[in-house]
Design a protein around this ligand. Structure first.
Ligand code: Y12
Ligand code: CO
Length: 200
């Protein structure tokens, strides 16, 4: 089946003709304080076409909202799936899809050291706060085909993986803030939501 490419994001128009499998969906992102973000995600058993569609749609959603990491629960799918696509070290900070990590059913096998980084989250828009994490971690996980994989991570990748694994456990980075910083956050976030409502 040949489809028109006009309604697609510009970057998807290059490869003509398109087939149905080339069309991705932007998924709505669940934002704090929505209680759905508190659910503990379930293990993935079936590594099927539905999972692949979810992964592709999550990628499209993350890239088009300037994200570098996204967990399935953030698009209302409480299953143990997360993706990470860190920017390159170049000046533009291009996100090369070749570096995309699709991590399913992750388990942290070991961790070492501590590090602090100013984190942000697509489910808590406009807020960045310093959070302490392990400096290095090792994980086992499965890829989109169910193949067993493992990796060692440090730096931004280690932080991103820990942030996303917390989502799978129903935890947000704001829960790691001190009492005082959390109170300040809640006050500012409520004010921001009121302002947004007033603008609508
Ligand atoms: C280090 C720390 C945290 C992570 C988790 C992944 N976090 C993100 O991908 C955050 C994305 C983000 C994007 C924003 O831009 C837009 O929404 C357009 C943003 O800005 C606003 O909300 C205005 C905030 C966060 C990985 C590594
Ligand atoms: Co997040």
């Amino acid at each position: 089946m040949v489809l028109s490419t006009k309604s697609l994001p510009k970057k998807r128009r290059a490869s003509n003709p398109l087939s149905l499998k080339d069309i991705f969906m932007m998924l709505p992102i669940v934002t704090y304080p929505d209680k759905r973000l508190k659910a503990v995600s379930k293990e993935v058993i079936d590594f099927d076409a539905d999972l692949h569609t979810l992964l592709d749609d999550m990628y499209e959603t993350m890239i088009n909202t300037n994200g570098i990491g996204l967990a399935a629960i953030q698009v209302n799918k409480p299953i143990n799936v997360l993706i990470i696509n860190l920017p390159d070290d170049d000046e533009e900070g291009t996100q090369d899809r070749a570096n995309l990590l699709e991590i399913i059913n992750p388990i942290i096998t070991h961790s070492e050291g501590t590090t602090v980084y100013q984190e942000g989250c697509l489910s808590v828009p406009k807020f960045y706060e310093d959070v302490e994490r392990f400096e290095t971690i090792g994980i086992t996980y499965q890829d989109r085909y169910g193949k067993a994989c493992s990796l060692e991570a440090d730096g931004l990748l280690s932080i991103a993986i820990q942030h996303e694994i917390d989502h799978l456990l129903g935890k947000l980075f704001i829960e790691k803030l001190s009492y005082g910083r959390r109170k300040k956050f809640e006050k500012e976030y409520k004010r921001m939501q009121k302002e947004l409502k007033a603008k609508k």
